[in-house]
Write a protein that binds this ligand. Structure first.
Ligand code: PLP
Length: 448
């Protein structure tokens, strides 16, 4: 008898719906479609030669080690490099606070496995990252959302949502995917105070923090949270940093980080997403549990990839590669963002609004309320241009008239053509609506 596979699937499969993004990417594989749909870095900036040289060196110097199984926590020199790198942004941690993951997507899954029971409520921004929703729906999470505006999460609406008792908050402070907006410094501080007051931890997802094209760098939530703890801890009085006196130490007198924030970042946007290399920074209790969960998932992240990344980042002469490479990425993406914003100004009807991201890969478009971005996608595809409709990023409904556009993937001339096509699609839809509204108006009899 042939196995009826549908009947063999676990119940959780009901909650695991296919991603609109992935389905859309399939549709837009054809080269004549200008796709603003995916979240892909520009292939032109991939450091292929640096990878080739680093791979050669790793295989020549430590080939057998690179091809062997390794520890679940990750390659120790890479974890140490991450600790040093993050210290530049004020994130104080030790290698014991760092777990290397196979992409941040795996970090989201691990944290879901660690924290979510069926029916648990999670608080996310509205709109929020689709991949997190996908990962956490598998654990039967439910969602409560707080909207973002041009300054990020609307913190003044947070307390009411927290009263519903979410297990944690999922926050994207920098150039949010999908909205492109950034959480202001004042709101970051308020958020940390509120999280402390209500005892609700935060997962801070920061894949785009390095990709700022204008304005000042803002401290990550994990840093503001550490400052809160330091203020509260007893002053050491000897010029030493203030650590929580209850924090465990790593035997070298160095206190591990504590606090309410778990921080995630990735090499996907600064080196290459095909590496599948990212990291979690968290209190040791969290890292230890994530390590156990990861053992059951994939034993460890690819040794070869970790060693090649380390060779690129720190090998042969130090830390020279990444800063220059990030400068290159910033200049390419800034030009593409500006090309998209200029084209929107030129080709989009007045009724359409959009965000002005200071960094990252995405911006967010809002159509008049009477238009449906999902219905319009079919027409856009007929005109060889694609985007992701906004409903996918709204876990508790809404967003029918919104969409996410990616500006990192296409060159400026293609961006201009694609935005012109989209502007025409929107313009026609608005005209159709206005014509219908005119037809529906009652014909007034002339009064004599
Ligand atoms: C907000 C956010 N988190 C996580 C990820 C996943 O990144 P990774 O490639 O490291 O799995 C992405 C990818 O686009 C993202 O935008």
């Amino acid at each position: 008898m042939t196995t009826p596979w549908n009947q063999r699937c676990a119940q959780r499969m009901q909650w695991m719906k296919g991603s609109a993004i992935r389905e859309l990417l399939k549709l837009t594989e054809s080269p004549d479609i200008i796709s603003f749909g995916g979240g892909m870095p520009a292939p032109e900036v991939f450091p292929v030669e640096a990878f080739r040289v680093a791979a050669d060196r790793v295989l020549a110097k430590q080939g057998t080690k690179a091809l062997q199984y390794s520890t679940t926590e990750g390659y120790r020199p890479l974890r140490e490099w991450i600790v040093a790198q993050m210290a530049r942004y004020g994130i104080e941690s030790a290698p014991e606070n760092v777990l290397i993951t196979s992409g941040s997507q795996q970090a989201l899954d691990l944290l879901g496995m660690l924290m979510i029971n069926p029916g648990d409520l999670l608080l996310t921004e509205r709109p929020t990252y689709l991949g997190a929703l996908q990962a956490w729906r598998a654990y039967q999470a439910e969602f409560i959302t707080v909207p973002v505006d041009n300054e990020g999460l609307q913190v003044d609406l947070l307390e009411e949502a927290l009263c519903a008792g979410p297990k944690f908050m999922y926050i994207l402070p920098n150039f949010q995917n999908p909205g492109g907006v950034t959480l202001s410094l004042e709101r970051r501080r308020q958020l940390i105070e509120i999280a402390d007051h209500y005892g609700v931890p935060i997962i801070e997802d920061d894949p785009y923090g390095e990709l700022r094209y204008e304005g000042e760098h803002l401290p990550p939530l994990v840093v503001i949270d550490a400052e809160r703890l330091k203020k509260r801890a007893r002053p050491a009085g000897n010029g030493q940093p203030y650590y929580d006196e209850h924090a465990p130490t790593n035997g070298n007198g160095r206190a591990y980080m504590r606090g309410n924030v778990i921080y995630l970042s990735t090499f996907s946007k600064t080196l290459a997403p095909g590496l599948r290399l990212a990291w979690i920074v968290a209190p040791v209790e969290v890292i230890q549990r994530c390590t156990i969960a990861k053992q059951g998932m994939d034993l460890h992240t690819a040794t070869l990839n970790q060693m090649i990344a380390y060779e690129i980042l720190a090998g042969d002469g130090g830390n020279a590669f990444l800063p220059g490479h990030v400068r290159l990425i910033r200049s390419v993406y800034r030009e593409r963002r500006d090309a998209m914003l200029a084209a929107m100004e030129r080709f989009f009807p007045n009724e359409v609004a959009w965000t002005h991201p200071a960094g990252g890969l995405f911006l967010w478009v809002t159509l008049p309320d009477y238009l449906d971005a999902t219905a319009l996608l079919k027409e856009a595809l007929e005109h060889k241009v694609a985007y992701v409709p906004g409903t996918a990023f709204h876990p508790d409904g809404g967003g029918h008239n919104t969409m996410r556009l990616n500006f990192s993937f296409c060159e400026p001339t293609r961006i201009e053509t694609g935005i012109r096509r989209l502007g025409e699609v929107f313009g026609r839809a608005i005209e159709r609506h206005e014509a219908e509204a005119r037809r529906a108006e009652p014909v007034l009899e002339p009064a004599f």
